[in-house]
Design a binder for this molecule. Structure first.
Ligand code: NAP
Length: 332
């Protein structure tokens, strides 16, 4: 089989992968990005980004479109709908990346596969999983299906609060269900939620210390079983949909046996230079241990990995060097 050799293969074209590609392609390194779906990843589901420096407000797909155009300019090759299923370190030091029936070979690899929706794991969640039936993980995508209908929104992180606020523009009632009495989300978002919930005739209701233990209905969602974790009280809460925003899990199943993962599936690395246990394989973004799970930090990870791989090309033995002050900015 005819195999093209790339300097670097980036697995995943989300913010981390695109950040890496910008730097590797500007360095004239032959760069290939392999993306399971289409560029963007999770950020495509966000309709409101206010914390990406330089942009007052932009939506996820809009920002990704700009990032992709920018890497295109410098010649990085992006292959969408290309799911990586296997990686292998070869004796010559290169890394073979399998994708459908195709094998691509890289002198180095940056793993940036991102993360995906965590599930609640309650009865009814899988049965009603799709917007038509009533269970969704993406308010930005599915809120219009719930115009003038009542929904429950589970979770208290940034995603949950942003999405609950978005859902409230469509649904007649949004009940935010959170398992504690304090939200995890940034204070500025919590303040906005509470202000809206306290408006007269608000369509936002907040239930603290509450979990959803089941989702029920006949063909489509008709109610959620809610339980107060402090009092133990349970209720059948009528609703037309349940939106679940309880965090993310890393997309790393395909990496089992290739790089070291934690029990929860995050890729182990040294966090400073982003080296995994396999020489020549770097990691960037939400899928690694210690990730801040922010758009900005994902992009920054990609950039760091792109800079560090130059040091690896210069001196492959550097892989086993400890993290110290020997590698200074400009040294790469
Ligand atoms: P997250 O910050 O991990 O929040 C997950 C939420 O779900 C928490 O409130 C958690 O409750 C709750 N939860 C987890 N498992 C649960 C379960 N089994 N049952 C009920 N509730 C459960 O996840 P995220 O909101 O998806 O955000 C992921 C990362 O992206 C975060 O770092 C976040 O800051 C970032 N993000 C940033 C922005 C932004 O800056 N604009 C937007 C979206 C996301 P506890 O609080 O009790 O643990």
């Amino acid at each position: 089989m005819n195999e093209t050799l790339y300097d670097v293969i980036i697995v995943g074209a989300g913010p981390a992968g695109l950040g890496a590609a910008l730097y590797t392609s500007r360095d004239r390194l032959k760069t290939l990005m392999l993306e399971k779906l289409m560029p963007g990843g999770q950020i495509n589901n966000t309709n409101r980004i206010e914390n990406y420096p330089g942009f007052d407000k932009i939506d996820g797909p809009g920002l990704i479109e700009r990032m992709q155009k920018q890497v295109d300019t410098f010649g990085a090759e992006v292959k969408s709908a290309s799911e990586v299923t296997k990686l292998e370190k070869r004796e010559d030091g290169n890394i073979a990346v399998s994708c459908d029936s195709q094998i691509y070979v890289g002198r180095a690899v940056i793993l940036a596969p991102g993360s995906n929706y965590r599930h609640l794991g309650v009865p009814g969640e899988d049965e009603f999983r799709n917007a038509g039936a009533g269970v969704s993980y993406c308010g930005t995508c599915d809120a219009p299906f719930f115009r003038e209908r009542e929904v429950v929104s589970v979770g208290g992180g940034n995603t949950a609060i942003e999405e609950a606020l978005h859902l409230a523009k469509y649904a007649s009632k949004v009940t935010v269900v959170h398992r504690r009495d304090e939200f995890r989300a940034d204070k500025i978002l919590v303040e906005e939620l509470l202000a809206k919930a306290n408006e007269p005739d608000s369509n936002l209701v907040i239930k603290y210390d509450t979990v959803a233990t089941a989702i029920e209905g006949d063909g489509k969602v008709q109610s959620a079983k809610l339980k107060n974790v402090k009092t133990g009280a349970e209720e059948d809460y009528p609703c037309d949909g349940v939106f679940i925003f309880v965090g993310m899990e890393p997309n790393t199943d395909f990496l089992k046996g290739f790089v070291e993962l934690t029990d929860s599936g995050f890729i182990k690395c040294d966090c400073a230079y982003l080296r995994t246990n396999v020489p020549g394989v770097f990691v960037a973004g939400d899928c690694r241990i210690g990730a801040a799970m922010q758009l900005v930090t994902a992009v920054a990870d990609g950039v760091n990995a792109a800079l560090m791989l130059k040091q690896y090309f210069r001196d492959p033995d550097w892989w086993n060097s400890p993290v110290d002050d020997a590698l200074q900015p400009g040294g790469w």
